[in-house]
Design a protein around this ligand. Structure first.
Ligand SMILES: C[S@@+](CC[C@H](N)C(=O)[O-])C[C@H]1O[C@@H](n2cnc3c(N)ncnc32)[C@H](O)[C@@H]1O
Length: 276
């Protein structure tokens, strides 16, 4: 039987991703020797809301020089690079998909920024107890079948007084149609309600510090993206490169479900409370 983690990695895996990103940049007029971190922005946020969402999620976390951050499910490393560049934070990215880890390492080296990327699972983190001041999880929980285990692992690797930020698509109604950006089929999609997240977090000893339901922001974001594509057509470098042949269908299914109110992105910040 194929393991769940293998199916998830297979869903995200793209052949020659790094080379295709460089080719798209060249087509957009940025040759290899001139690539800077800002040129990677169109693929840096594989989550709803783009850079504004990343900034909103990071704002309450007290980031600064030397703050040790674990970005669980780091994808191509966009959030890690942002935290390194803007806050001089000491960032480690952890991701299940080998092709993403390799591409994140190579893109980060290309920009001259400093962040480490490790292959592994957010459900079984290859780090010591108390190794981080902050843990972030951006649009990864939809692939995590066991939320209590994720929160227990986050609590374990955080130092006392650390912070956890979760920004995930959560379920408020019917399940959206497949394919979706995070899953091609039901056997690797694990959408949960905000209450399920809160119960799992409480079970691991976390207290909720803030929560923002971002359905309205998501709808406005999709409208802006549609208008931009209608105006200028699809850009050579963008998220479709990461989503493969069914990119348009995945994006449309997700946007329809957000419009219907069945799902919305939710940002939550936690701090470790008293142990249960
Ligand atoms: C939608 S992408 C989001 C990437 C990134 N956080 C961002 O916002 O741009 C989901 C990512 O989660 C990773 N992922 C899924 N399940 C995981 C797990 N159990 N442990 C670590 N990473 C996982 C995938 O490989 C993929 O890179």
């Amino acid at each position: 039987m194929i393991q769940q983690s293998t199916r998830i990695a297979a869903h995200y895996d793209r052949a020659d991703l790094y080379d295709r990103i460089l080719a798209a940049l060249a087509e957009a007029g940025v040759p290899e020797g001139e690539i800077e971190a800002r040129h990677l922005k169109p693929i840096d946020e594989f989550h709803i809301g783009g850079l504004e969402a990343t900034e909103a999620v990071l704002a309450p976390l007290g980031l600064g020089p030397g703050v040790r951050v674990l970005d669980a499910g780091s994808g191509l490393g966009g959030a890690a690079r942002l935290m390194a560049e803007r806050f001089d934070a000491d960032v480690t990215g952890l991701d299940l998909t080998p092709a993403f880890v390799e591409t994140a390492r190579r893109l980060t080296a290309l920009t001259g920024l400093c962040a480490e990327f490790v292959e592994g699972s957010a459900l079984d983190m290859p780090f010591e107890d108390g190794a981080f001041d902050v843990v972030t999880l951006l649009h990864v929980g939809m692939n995590l079948p066991d939320k209590p285990r994720f929160f227990a692992e986050a609590a374990r690797v955080l130092r006392p007084g650390g912070r956890l930020a979760v920004y995930d698509v959560m379920r408020f109604g019917a399940h959206p149609a497949f394919p979706l950006p995070w899953a091609s089929a039901p056997d690797h999609s694990f959408l949960d309600t905000p209450d399920a997240y809160l119960a799992a977090a409480r079970g691991a000893g976390f207290e909720l510090a803030s929560r923002e339901d971002r359905g309205g922001i998501a709808r406005a974001f999709f409208a802006r993206m549609r208008a931009q594509i209608a105006r200028s057509g699809p850009a050579p470098l963008g998220l479709p490169l990461l989503m493969g042949d069914t990119a348009a269908e995945k994006a449309a299914n997700m946007a329809r479900a957000v419009e219907a109110g069945d799902i919305q992105p939710v940002a939550m910040t936690f701090h470790p409370g008293a142990r249960p």
